[in-house]
Each structure stands twice: as C-alpha cells, then as structure tokens.
Design a protein around this ligand. Structure first.
Ligand SMILES: Cc1ncc(COP(=O)(O)O)c(C=O)c1O
Length: 464
C-alpha cells in the first residue's frame, strides 16, 4: 500500500504496515529540500479514485455548452496514476534485477513524477531543468543519471554543484568538457547498437560505434576520468525484443575491452525502448523481460548494477485525451465525376477538434504514432467504450479529423471511420501518455490540454 498525502506545500509518503517494500518516506527530505530552495507553494491537484470512464463522464456532465466557459470546453486529459503504479509493479515482478530510471522527457507530469519518486524509482534527465525538477522532489542525486551524451557546459557544472555524478558520453570532446567541469563524474559510455527495429532511430544522433571505443577509453584513462560502465538505447518504439539481447552482447564486449585500459566496469544501463502496456501483440514487455533478463544474468555477474531508462513503458497507457468537435465541414462532390468506390472510401466530412498536431498530437509527427478517434459524447449521450451498444448499430462513414490551428499539417486522422458527428460532440483518444503533452506548443494561441487525475489502483491513495 502506498499512501501519498498531499498538503498545501508539501507531500509525504506514509508507509503503511501493509506497504510495498519499495515505498520510502520522503516527507522530511521533501521538506528540507523545499526549505533550502525557498520553494513556493506547489499547486496540488485533486486525485480522484474513479474509473477513467467515470472521470470523463463527470467532466462532460458538469459542462454547460451554453455557458461560454472556455476552460470547461477545452480538451482535457484523464491521467490514471494507478496504471503507472501497475506498470511499476509489473516491472519489479518481471525484471527485478534492473532498476528503472524513468525517462522524464517522455512525460514530466508532476503527479507521475511524485508517484515514481515515492516508489523509489530513479530518473533519466536530459537537461539542467529536468535535473532541477527531480532534485526539487527530494530525490537524492544518486538516483539521477544525466543521460544526454552531448551536454551544455553550464549544465555539466550544475550537475557537479548538485552532486549528480552519473552521466553518459559517446565522444572525446565530451570527455574534455567533463574533465573541466565535473572531474568527479561517474561516466557511462553510450555505445551504438542496431536500432533498425525501432520507430525512433536514436543511433542517427548518439552512440559510439564499437570501433571508436578503444580510443575513447584511452582518452578517459589519460584524463584520469572514472568510467563506470556502458549504456545503450535500442531506439524508442522498438518492435523487436531480440534487439535488447543483441545490445547486451555488445555491451559485454565493451566491458571486456575496458579492462585493457584499467577500468573495472560495474554498471550497465540498458536504456529505453520498452513497450507501453497497450502493446499486446508483437513486442510485449513480457517478451523483452524474458530476453533481456536472461541475457543480462548470463553475461553479467551480480556485482554489476543494471539500470534502464524506460519512458513510454510507464505512461503510455495511463493518459486518455478528450477533445470536442468544434467545427465540421461537409464535403460536397460532383457526383458525375466521382466513382462510387471513391465515394465510399474518401472522407465525406472534416471534423475539427480542440487539440492537434501542434499540441498533444505532435506524437504523430515526432513519435510516429497512429491516433484513433473514438466517440465519447454524441448528441448529448455518453458513449464511452469501443463496443458501446448505441454505436454498434450506427452507420459509419469515412471522415478526416483535424486540429484547431490554421495550418494544414494539423491533421490527426486522414481516414477515420466515424458515425456522423455534430459540432459540440466529443471524441477521445486512448494511450496518449507518451511524447504528447511534453512537447505540446501553444501555436496559434491554443493552450496545452489540462490534466485531471485519478487512481484506479486501490493501493495508491492520494489525499490532501
Ligand atoms: C537517452 C534516452 N533514454 C530513454 C529514452 C526513453 O525511451 P522510451 O520512451 O522509448 O523508453 C529516450 C527517448 O528518447 C532517450 O533518448
């Protein structure tokens, strides 16, 4: 049981007699940290204990379309913190040896961060701001890895001043920079692995090819820097579980090579790329855990500490986005010129909703996501669920769904199968927790969609 009390300007994690062994008491640390920082009050949102469906319905029921209330009319998320907790338990059950360091770039939602901090997770940070926000939660610097191989000087210095020691590198210039600004760093050599089985190929930008490893280790030795181990990233949105096993084999080679340069590596970081909970075909977390867990155990003794940097794994399935249809255009065709088959397959309506490609749906462009609109409220009736009886009987047509900006790139779904929707109806999108809100802009003056919180796991209790 994890019981998180949220008070006006602090929160505490109270261990319960039945508690999970992972739970830590953060209260005093958080207080101290905030006193040190003179941190202003944290606005703590309410966390409900309803189902996601009930949350969506309650919000829509409270909305009066005649009121002109823009806040209530805006798109919004429901975040299920219980789902994040379930993912954590799943990780701990299936890969107990590998410590998760949440890649917060994926979704630095403050409540997700608090929950994971209280569960004892570590954090993968990419910048000064990310490090700062984790430290402000009261997390010890040793639970942070600065996992950006190319860092700004002042950010390295910030890490030094705040005793954040673990950081990755993949080039010689970075070693000289680190020698200058953080000579006590515990360095992790990020190696290049085969990312061809991933949607986001991070190897285009980062990772030392294996034929450069020798000279990097030689440079680190000359500079008297402490290299503690190896990291890799198989690529985000990986769709082949074997990629993890193959990368671990490469890492083993580098561990062996390091001995020639006087290094005795005791640290392996297996990166991110783990599938979210809604991925149940092809690559599943179970498959990855089986392959990765056994390869790590076969190739690395217990003296080697193993961490990972999961991002989408934790949050992908935990966020649902509700959007209103704010406008509709009917496409009129010249029936003489359009073949019957075309008529059935090309969109007859264009729906415009109040979040888009420049907001939450940037994941379509940056993260190769396919976002499926589902009907939430139609003609005043709440119809959540793919097999809602009212919708099953409805004829469906092909429609395109667009975001709210004036840019034509703002297309969310080109060929969605939807029943006829009216302005004022609502659509929702599941599995919107990863690489969505974190990179949302305010282009054209639209604001980021607000997040409402619930927990559907009885062991996670938040109260104010
Ligand atoms: C260094 C690093 N670690 C971890 C992640 C998280 O990846 P994922 O969300 O696929 O787990 C990323 C994503 O870009 C990354 O760049």
């Amino acid at each position: 049981m994890i019981d998180i009390s949220l008070q006006q300007d602090q929160y505490e994690v109270v261990p319960n007699l039945m508690q999970h062994t992972l739970v830590e008491v953060l209260k005093s640390r958080v207080k101290t940290q905030m006193e040190m920082n003179g941190t202003a009050k944290i606005n703590v949102p309410e966390v409900h204990t309803r189902s996601v469906s009930d949350m969506l319905e309650a919000r829509l029921a409270a909305f009066d379309p005649e009121s002109g209330d823009a806040e209530a009319e805006n798109a919004f998320y429901v975040a299920d913190l219980g789902e994040v907790y379930r993912q954590h338990l799943r990780w701990k059950t299936l890969m107990p040896r590998i410590e998760p360091f949440f890649a917060m770039k994926c979704n630095p939602d403050p409540m997700v961060m608090r929950l994971l901090a209280s569960l004892g997770a570590g954090f993968d940070c990419a910048s000064k701001n990310e490090i700062q926000s984790v430290l402000n939660l009261g997390v010890e610097p040793s639970r942070i890895i600065y996992a950006n191989p190319c860092k700004q000087n002042s950010f390295v210095k910030y890490a030094y001043m705040n005793n954040v020691r673990m950081m990755t590198f993949d080039n010689a210039e970075e070693l000289h920079k680190i020698k200058r600004f953080h000579p006590d760093a515990q360095l992790v050599l990020r190696i290049l692995t085969d990312d061809s089985k991933s949607l986001c190929k991070l190897g285009l930008k980062f990772g030392a090819p294996l034929d450069t490893v020798a000279s990097l280790l030689a440079t680190a030795q000359q500079l008297d820097l402490d290299v503690i181990g190896v990291s890799f990233h198989v690529g985000s949105g990986c769709f082949d579980a074997n990629a993890f096993g193959e990368a671990v084999i490469r890492a083993r080679r580098v561990f062996d090579q390091a001995k020639d340069y006087g290094f005795d590596f005791k640290f392996l970081d297996v990166g991110g790329g783990f599938p979210s909970a809604h991925v149940t075909e092809g690559i599943t977390f179970e498959k990855v855990a089986r392959i990765l867990g056994s390869t790590v155990d076969t190739l690395f003794g217990p003296e080697v500490r193993v961490i990972a940097e999961p991002g989408r794994y934790y949050v992908g399935s935990a966020f649902t986005l509700a959007t209103q249809v704010v406008a509709r255009r009917t496409i009129h065709r010249d029936s003489d010129t359009v073949a019957i088959e075309d008529e059935q397959e090309s969109p007859s309506h264009m729906y415009y909703i109040n979040d888009g490609m420049y907001g939450s749906f940037n994941c379509i462009m940056f993260d190769h996501q396919v976002c499926e609109p589902l009907v939430l409220l139609r003609d005043g009736e709440y119809v959540y669920g793919r097999d809602h009886p009212r919708l099953i009987q409805e004829p469906r047509g092909v429609a395109s769904v667009w975001g709210p900006t004036c840019d034509s790139i703002d297309l969310i779904a080109a060929n969605a199968r939807l029943p006829l929707m009216e302005t004022g109806d609502w659509l929702y999108f599941e599995n919107m927790g990863a690489y969505t809100i974190t990179a949302a802009s305010q282009f054209n003056g639209f604001r980021r969609s607000e997040v409402l919180y619930t927990t559907t796991h009885q062991d996670v209790i938040f109260h104010i």
